[in-house]
Design a protein around this ligand. Structure first.
Ligand code: APR
Length: 235
């Protein structure tokens, strides 16, 4: 029986691939107002701005590759039962080979009709489809006639996969957090569902104060931290 690991990742795991984080110096939110380009209100106010923002994200994602941290996380599946639970909307975990990836905040390569996948239809993903790295413009309609929108959880919207994420963390033998400032809820509180006997590792170069005695901070960038993590859990 393989030990299970829940890997909670944020933008920091993709930083060494060349994708920007959100809140570091020069991060995305230094250059764009999330309330304009990544919120439900922003979508209602100016959908063109939102569509352009995610068109740019897709174009950038096409140019980058998974890094060593993504690859080591994927390789953990050889010896462990791994669930990746990511706040990232990029596809780098999948491209590195991870087979069980739960995107809490959606996926930038996917779109859907703007009137679907909400509390009215039980957040059904039936009408979600993959546009790869292509563009979506105002006037691009779904088969049901509605405007297409990014399959992203905007600020101000529910996080439909939260319950599934909690279940995975609550059953894990080991919890690993990589590259998130833990400032956006409810994702930030997920690690707290770890079992009392489950060690929690945090990989991040910044000083993140988590007042939980179970947390072991590997203060390194993701690629180095993942190598250190593997050494530690194989002891
Ligand atoms: N390796 C590991 N961690 C890194 C690296 C690196 N090379 N570079 C930066 N980091 C860390 C930073 O120290 C920070 O703690 O990654 C974290 C990035 O934090 P944020 O930019 O806030 O990104 P994240 O926590 O993923 O944001 C959460 O906010 O805007 C929303 O939906 C968006 O999913 C996103 C959510």
């Amino acid at each position: 029986m393989k030990r299970s690991i829940a890997v909670l990742t944020g933008a920091g795991v993709s930083a060494e691939s060349g994708l920007g984080t959100y809140r570091d110096n020069g991060g995305l939110w230094d250059n764009y107002d999330p309330m304009e380009v990544a919120s439900a209100e922003g979508w209602r106010r100016n959908p063109k701005l939102v569509l352009n923002f995610y068109n740019m994200q897709r174009a950038h994602l096409r140019e980058v590759q998974p890094n060593e941290a993504h690859r080591i996380i994927a390789e953990l599946e050889r010896d462990f039962d791994v669930d990746v639970i990511t706040q990232n909307v990029d596809n780098l975990h999948e491209r590195a080979g991870s087979t069980r990836v739960l995107h809490l905040h959606g996926e930038v390569t996917k779109v859907r009709p703007e009137n679907c996948c909400n509390d009215m239809d039980g957040f059904s993903e039936r009408t979600v489809f993959d546009v790869g790295y292509g563009e979506v413009h105002l006037g691009d309609k779904a088969p049901n006639g509605a405007q297409l929108r990014p399959h992203i959880v905007f600020f101000g919207e529910a996080v439909p996969k939260l319950e599934a994420a909690v279940e995975r963390v609550a059953r894990a033998d080991i919890v690993l957090i990589v590259g998130t400032s833990l400032q956006v809820y409810p994702a930030a509180s997920l690690y707290r569902y770890a079992r009392p006997d489950a060690p929690i590792y945090l990989i991040d170069p910044a000083e993140i104060r988590l007042h939980d005695p179970r947390v072991q901070h590997i203060r390194m960038v993701a690629t180095e931290g993942m190598r250190e993590f593997v050494l530690q859990i194989k002891k």
